[in-house]
Structure formats: C-alpha cells, structure tokens
Ligand binder design. Structure first.
Ligand code: G3P
Length: 217
C-alpha cells in the first residue's frame, strides 16, 4: 500500500520523505490555509520534495472554471494530480483531464456509488473520507470494502486512496482490505512505528550490549 502525507507542511514532508516511506502528498484548501502560504509556492516546493503524485485541489465549482484552474495547477510540476470534488462538474472535469493524461484525484467521496461514478469518469484516485464517517457514528471503513469489491468486479484502474485518516487502525484495516493508498497526517505515519515492547526490547538489548564492553567498528 502506498503512503501519502496529508499535509502542506513542507518541514514535516521533508522529515517523512527522509524515511523513504512517503509515496506522495495530498493537499486541500483547508491544508493550504493551515500552511499560511501561497498555494503555487508551497505546492511547487512539495513537488520538489517527493517524486510521487502531489494532489492540488481546484476551488472553482463550475466545469469551465475548474479546467482553467487545473491548467494553472498542472503547470507547477509533472507529478501534480488535480483534485476535484465529487460533483457533476467535478466529474466532467475529471473525464476531460484524464482523457488528456492528467492525473486526477476525486475527493469528498462518501458513498460507494459516488466512487463508482468517479471510476467511470476515469479518475486516477478516489478519496473516500473514512474519518468523517466515523465522526458521525458510522464505520467509515465499510466504505472502503464496498469500493474494493465494486472496483474489482469491473477491473477499474482507479486507485482507492483512503483519506480523512485519524489513527493507525484505519491504516491496518485499509491494508487488510486492499486499498491502494492511504493518505494520512504526519503524526499518524509516525504512530505506525510505535510499540512499547519494541522500545522495551531495544532498551534491554542495549543494556546487555553495554555489559559486553564491546563496540562494533
Ligand atoms: O485528504 C482529506 C483530508 O485532509 C480530510 O481529513 O481530517 O479533515 O477529515 P479530515
């Protein structure tokens, strides 16, 4: 499963990229606002940090205006994926962009039927928001399993990009269900490393090694 960092914080992206575990980045208008930076400038910097897809979201709601904004955004770098909302105009734009080879990430997906529409529109990625389902008392991961079944039934090539990830269990379940990508805040990626027995075991190894009086090299 590919890991994307869900942030526009370039320091955090740089730190994570150094682990070699980051395969792309997703941003959205809220994350750009949180960064406090110009969208063109911060997105260009992100594209220089990671080689994988970097999602940049249009903010227009009409097809023609979305196409104009997409034209501006995709000139930033070759690894730009244009993010469009799951609306009629968003999918019209998706179809137009993917037919000329531009990567498109269809976002704000909350039902498997929406995901079916996005695949039919040729989306490169579909972003089901699992955490926001959980936030209102539903099990967001059921959405991922339904989409996986539908996409496999028809051999759709659209990649399932699990979004609105809140914690490591979302990642575990996404991987067990065969999602193609999970995009997550940097702190969630870092939580995946943690286990108290790993820390305890390493401390015990090092304490015993200290007793040998040896060194390597
Ligand atoms: O990529 C979508 C993600 O940023 C949304 O996350 O936590 O606002 O639901 P959240």
């Amino acid at each position: 499963m590919k890991f994307f960092a869900d942030t526009a914080d370039t320091d955090a992206i740089r730190e994570l990229a150094a682990t070699g575990l980051v395969d792309g980045v997703t941003t959205n208008p809220s994350l750009i606002h949180k960064s406090g930076r110009d969208i063109m400038e911060v997105t260009k910097e992100i594209c220089g940090i990671v080689d994988g897809p970097v999602s940049a979201e249009v903010v227009a709601t009409e097809h023609e205006a979305m196409m104009r904004e997409a034209e501006v955004l995709r000139k930033i770098a070759d690894n730009i994926a244009i993010k469009v909302p799951l609306t009629v105009d968003g999918l019209k734009t998706c179809k137009a962009l993917t037919s000329d080879g531009t990567m498109v990430n269809v976002t704000l997906c909350f039902t498997a039927n929406q995901a079916l529409l996005a695949a039919k529109a040729g989306a490169s990625f579909i972003s089901p928001f699992v955490g926001r389902h959980d936030d209102i008392g539903y099990d967001g991961m059921n959405l991922i399993s339904d989409i996986r079944i539908i996409y496999d039934n028809y051999d759709f090539q659209t990649e399932i990009l699990v979004a609105s990830v809140r914690h490591p269990i979302h990642i575990l379940e996404a991987a067990k269900m065969g999602a193609d990508v999970s995009t997550m805040p940097p702190d969630v990626i870092l939580k995946l490393f943690n286990h108290p027995l790993t820390e305890k075991g390493l401390a015990a190894f090092l304490a015993d090694w200290e007793k040998t009086g040896q060194s390597i090299g």
